[in-house]
Design a protein around this ligand. Structure first.
Ligand code: ATR
Length: 278
């Protein structure tokens, strides 16, 4: 027996009841027989700062942060990783031994790790990526793709101005295109990524002109409920390589779990099943 404190971690958001992170981390804690806990924490706006700052006293090693606090948490952090600064939001907080709050963003890492696990032969430097959407998820995906050496990224968004802001932020490899220009852009796209909420259960369908997409394209959706979105079903029919969205969620959790519970966890089918059932 040791007197070591039981490690705690969790996820802060509002609302938080629907978060799949407790099932995800709970599965790993059980699998690796780690004596620790991962809990959902709902904090109202006025309690966010005091609530976050109290957690290390309670034995928390860190937390995930979700909507609506992913940007705000950067104003409370003492150390911000380069990728969190580049994305402008954080999803993974670690309470360091020196008392400092470290903010990281693992969404882009999760996006890339998922592709690498499912498509090990992916060659990011060989072609253009078309990104649908210009919100927080798009920022994470674009910064990660730039980091992998994708030579050209075309962003299409309902609100063009938000796409223009991404172009300004990320520079010359990013261009803005109108949604209506997709028929011309798709034939030369090596990769198409949906980062919008379209196609999610309860949301409008994503409808794009698929006729001209190249069968050599890789099509990724970050929506994972349903797992087989209409976009991915159409892409499969065209013969494209398809990457589903659940793996991004699973992989983005790896660095946090490793920091807090001192074990690098595996992403596999059993984990995906546990999280999809949750
Ligand atoms: P997240 O952080 O998950 O990316 P977000 O910042 O709210 O969430 O961004 C949601 C994205 O989905 C945006 O690109 C949004 O387009 P707008 O910038 O025009 O709002 C897109 N989106 C959501 N609902 C949409 C709809 N009905 N039609 C087209 N795009 C939609």
């Amino acid at each position: 027996m040791t007197n070591a404190r039981i490690p705690l971690a969790g996820v802060i958001g509002a609302p938080i009841a629907h978060s799949r992170s407790p099932a995800l981390h709970g599965h790993w804690l059980k699998r690796y027989e780690i004596q620790g806990f991962y809990v959902p924490i709902e904090l109202a706006q006025e309690n966010f700062e005091a609530g976050l700052r109290s957690l290390p006293l309670l034995g928390f090693r860190g937390v995930n942060i979700t909507i609506p606090y992913k940007e705000r948490v950067l104003t409370l952090a003492d150390v911000i990783t380069d990728r969190a600064a580049l994305i402008g939001a954080a999803n993974t907080i670690t309470f360091r031994k020196d008392g400092r709050i470290q903010a990281d963003n693992t969404d882009g890492y999760g996006f890339i790790a998922n592709i690498r696990q499912n498509q090990p032969n992916w060659q990011p430097k060989t072609g253009t990526a078309v990104i649908l959407g210009a919100g927080g998820a798009a920022r994470a995906v674009i910064s990660a793709l730039l980091g992998e050496g994708v030579p050209e990224i075309l962003v299409a968004n309902r609100t063009r101005n938000r796409a223009e802001m991404l172009r300004e932020h990320f520079g010359a490899r990013v261009s803005v295109m109108d949604w209506s220009a997709l028929p011309e852009a798709l034939p030369k796209a090596a990769m198409l990524v949906n980062t919008t909420s379209l196609g999610m259960s309860g949301q409008p369908a994503l409808s794009i002109p698929f006729e001209r997409i190249s069968p050599k394209s890789m099509v990724c959706d970050i929506v994972y409920a349903p797992l087989e979105t209409n976009l991915l079903a159409q892409a499969r029919k065209k013969g494209c390589t398809v990457v589903t969205g659940i793996g991004m969620l699973l992989h983005q959790a790896v660095p946090g779990f490793e920091n807090w519970f001192r074990k690098r966890p595996e992403v596999d089918e059993a984990l995906a099943a546990a999280v999809l059932e949750a």
